[in-house]
Design a binder for this molecule. Structure first.
Ligand SMILES: C[S@@+](CC[C@H](N)C(=O)[O-])C[C@H]1O[C@@H](n2cnc3c(N)ncnc32)[C@H](O)[C@@H]1O
Length: 299
C-alpha cells in the first residue's frame, strides 16, 4: 500500500450521520477553543476523522459526541490530534531526498558560504520528527561542519501536540528506523535499551514547536532556505492550499526551495511564482529577482 493510501485508510471509513447543524456546532466549538477552522479541510476528510473519533469513543452519533465534548474539556485536544494523521518515516520518499541532496543542497551550501549566514530550514507539518531529523542528516552528510554553532537551524512545526512531544524526545523504536542506512544509525543515534535516541547535538539544531499552520497566530518565518511541507496540503481545501503557498512564498528567500508531497501539486498562480527544479519530486525554487543574482555574486 502506498503511504498516501495508508493515510486514507487510517483516516477511517465514513458512515455515521453528521447533520449540518451538528457539524456547524462542532466547527464553532473547535474554532472558539483552538482557532482551527474545520472548513479549511476537505469535507470528506473531516467526516472520516470525526467518524473515527466517535467510533473510538464507542459513541453513537455526532449529537452524543458534541455532548461528550462539552462535558470533557480535554477532549478538544484529543479531537485535534485525531484530525491529524501521523504517517511518516525517515527519508520518506527517498528519491525526493536524493534529488534534493543532488540539486539543492550543493547550491544552498555554496550560497550559505557566500552569505556567511546559517542555513534556515522549515519542516512544516513535521509529525513525529522523522522529516526534520532526516533534513538534518541530509545536510550533515553533505557538510559535517554544519554541526558547528550557527551552521544549520531547522524549525519544525505541527498542530499535533503529542507528535511534537514525540519529536522533542527523539527516541524511536527499531522498526521506525527501517528506512535508514545502518551507517546513518551508527552516526546519528545512540542505542537506548530497545530504542534509538537521536544524538543531542542534532536535537539542538532543531526547534520543534506546536503550531497551527492555518491560524492567524502562526510564526512569521522569513529568509528560509528550504521549506518542506509534505502530505499536509492534500487534506486541505484549494483556497487554504493557496493561502499556505502564499505564506511559504513569503517565508522563503529568493533562491530558496519548496518541497511538497508526491501527491501535491502547484497550481496557478503559484505554478508561475516558483521555478520547477524537479517536478516529479515536487521540488521548486523561488526565483531570484532580475539583477538580484548579480548583486548576490551569482550562483
Ligand atoms: C501525514 S502527516 C505528514 C508528515 C510529514 N510531513 C511527512 O510527509 O512524512 C501530516 C501532518 O500535518 C499535520 N497538520 C495537519 N493540519 C495541520 C495544521 N493546520 N497545522 C500544522 N500541522 C498540521 C498533522 O498533524 C500531521 O502530523
Amino acid at each position: 500500500m502506498l503511504p498516501q493510501e495508508k493515510e486514507l485508510a487510517q483516516s477511517g471509513a465514513s458512515g455515521l450521520e453528521m447533520g449540518e447543524r451538528n457539524l456547524a456546532r462542532l466547527e464553532k466549538l473547535v474554532y472558539q477553543k483552538h482557532q482551527l477552522a474545520l472548513s479549511s479541510y476537505r469535507p470528506s476528510y473531516i467526516h472520516r476523522r470525526i467518524n473515527a473519533r466517535i467510533r473510538s469513543l464507542r459513541l453513537e452519533s455526532l449529537t452524543a459526541y458534541l455532548a461528550f465534548l462539552e462535558n470533557h474539556p480535554e477532549e478538544g485536544e484529543e479531537f485535534i490530534d485525531t484530525l491529524t494523521i501521523s504517517v511518516t518515516s525517515f527519508f520518506r520518499d527517498e528519491e525526493t531526498f536524493r534529488a534534493l541532496a543532488k540539486k539543492a543542497v550543493p547550491e544552498l551550501l555554496r550560497s550559505r558560504d557566500e552569505r556567511r549566514t546559517e542555513l534556515r530550514v522549515w519542516s512544516a507539518g513535521c509529525c513525529t520528527g522523522e522529516e526534520a531529523y532526516s533534513l538534518a542528516m541530509m545536510f550533515l552528510e553533505a557538510d559535517p561542519s554544519l554541526l558547528r554553532k550557527g551552521g544549520l537551524r531547522i524549525w519544525a512545526t505541527d498542530i499535533d501536540q503529542e507528535a511534537i512531544k514525540y519529536s522533542l524526545q527523539g527516541l524511536y523504536p527499531k522498526d521506525r528506523l527501517d528506512n535508514l542506512h545502518p551507517s546513518l544509525i551508527r552516526k546519528y543515534f545512540q542505542k537506548q535499551g530497545p530504542k534509538y535516541q537521536i544524538l543531542p547535538e542534532i536535537q539542538k539544531m532543531i526547534g520543534f514547536k506546536r503550531e497551527n499552520l492555518l491560524g492567524a497566530g502562526r510564526s512569521g518565518f522569513e529568509g528560509m532556505d528550504l521549506i518542506m511541507c509534505r502530505n499536509l496540503m492534500i487534506y486541505l481545501e484549494r483556497e487554504e492550499q493557496g493561502k499556505l503557498l502564499f505564506h511559504f512564498e513569503r517565508s522563503l528567500r529568493e533562491g530558496g526551495y519548496l518541497v511538497l508531497g508526491k501527491t501535491e501539486f502547484l497550481f496557478e498562480p503559484y505554478r508561475s511564482t516558483f521555478q520547477p527544479v524537479s517536478v516529479s519530486e515536487r521540488i521548486y525554487q523561488k526565483p531570484f529577482r532580475p539583477g538580484a543574482l548579480e548583486q548576490a555574486g551569482g550562483r
